[in-house]
Design a binder for this molecule. Structure first.
Ligand SMILES: [Zn+2]
Length: 350
């Protein structure tokens, strides 16, 4: 591992980018307390400059079955029950499209019980991924505290979590809005999820992508997580620290490596669509990122919220997810959940 740091360290600009030096004493934060792309001096966000440098200097990665690159599929579970605004938009969309059965499901699911919620859709998402030989990670909230509104009780999902891990998809923690810099809170949420799941949880992403470099990494290590996948910008797709490979973060304050694997986030659904004007433009950006990661033998991490599946007013977001799966499948990517990729990575590194 040390040799890799030495490689990057020799280039001050790349080292600062890799360690996220500018985030240690940020001049400004957004209204959710985040360091965002708009605050960054790096304007080359679509280029994984640090990874490219490593690859150019002989850094080699091997994937199973001789695959060229990996796609790490993940889903934040922000909603299980559509809020009123979603129900209104979805029923209107169904009516416009004369989709009567869709309308009935969106409008009247409550009459048939919680599990009939349009966003209680884990089996459908897994079925879709299975068609492409892929698996994914689901990150669940396990807190009652939220900046916007109460979301859901994780205890309602006990049976569902069991069905997810039985299929060998991953269940991880979606740390609450207030968790990112609070060890006690993270430990509490982790314990609550583990209680419902009946096994240990190793993977993490924070809600709203709230994250403080380097404190959040340190806290996650102390809480017993083995990897994090929060490090991407909420306001721009791409490579926040110039890496398209998982890495062990380096703490500039203590001058030591933090013992947690960061699997950097590259494309989040809402971020992708917010940054462009059309579906075709969104695809152009996504394709460019996929091709870039493939050429570096990297890992492309996606975050598609579960509430954007079975969501008629965001049907195009679902379509984009399937298009990406199809394209990466054709390019012979290794597509799996974050936990499996982490395990493979650790073997690779050793
Ligand atoms: Zn979230």
């Amino acid at each position: 591992m040390v040799h890799r740091y030495d490689d990057i360290r020799q280039n001050k600009e790349l080292w600062d980018l890799y360690t996220r030096k500018e985030e240690y004493s940020p001049q400004q934060l957004d209204r959710y307390g985040r360091f965002v792309y708009a605050h960054s001096t790096n304007r080359d966000i679509l280029e994984p400059r640090v990874s490219k440098h490593l690859v150019d200097n002989g850094y080699e990665i091997e994937y199973p079955d001789g695959k060229q690159f990996a796609v790490c599929l993940t889903h934040d579970v922000d909603e299980i029950y559509p809020p009123l605004k979603h129900t209104l938009l979805s029923t209107l969309t169904c009516l416009k499209g004369l989709d009567i059965s869709g309308f009935k499901q969106q409008a009247f699911w409550k009459l048939r019980g919680k599990e009939q919620s349009p966003y209680w859709n884990f089996q459908e998402i897994m079925d879709l991924e299975e068609k492409y030989g892929a698996r994914s990670s689901f990150y669940f909230l396990a807190t009652d505290a939220d900046i916007r509104r109460f979301r859901y009780n994780i205890e309602d999902l006990e049976g569902e979590l069991g069905r997810i891990v039985d299929r060998e998809w991953e269940v991880g923690l979606h740390g609450g809005y207030y968790a990112c810099n609070d060890l006690e809170e993270i430990a509490r949420e982790k314990g609550r999820l583990e209680q419902v799941l009946g096994r240990k949880v190793t993977g993490y992403r924070n809600h709203y992508l709230r994250f403080q470099v380097p404190d959040s990494w340190e806290i996650l290590e102390k809480a017993g997580f083995r990897y994090d996948t929060t490090l991407g910008y909420p306001d721009m797709v791409g490579f926040r620290n110039g890496m398209c490979h998982p890495f062990m973060p380096y703490n500039l304050r203590t001058e030591t490596e933090v013992n947690i694997l960061e699997i950097p986030l590259v494309i989040m659904d809402g971020t992708l669509f917010d940054s462009v004007r059309s579906y075709d433009e969104a695809w152009d950006v996504a394709k460019r990122l996929i091709d870039t990661v493939a050429s570096c033998n990297g890992v492309l991490t996606l975050n598609w919220h579960t509430n954007n599946f079975n969501c008629p007013f965001r049907a195009l977001w679902y379509a984009m997810y399937e298009k990406i799966l199809g394209y990466c499948h054709k390019k012979n990517a290794w597509m799996d959940n974050a936990q499996i990729i982490m395990n493979g990575w650790n073997t690779n590194e050793s």
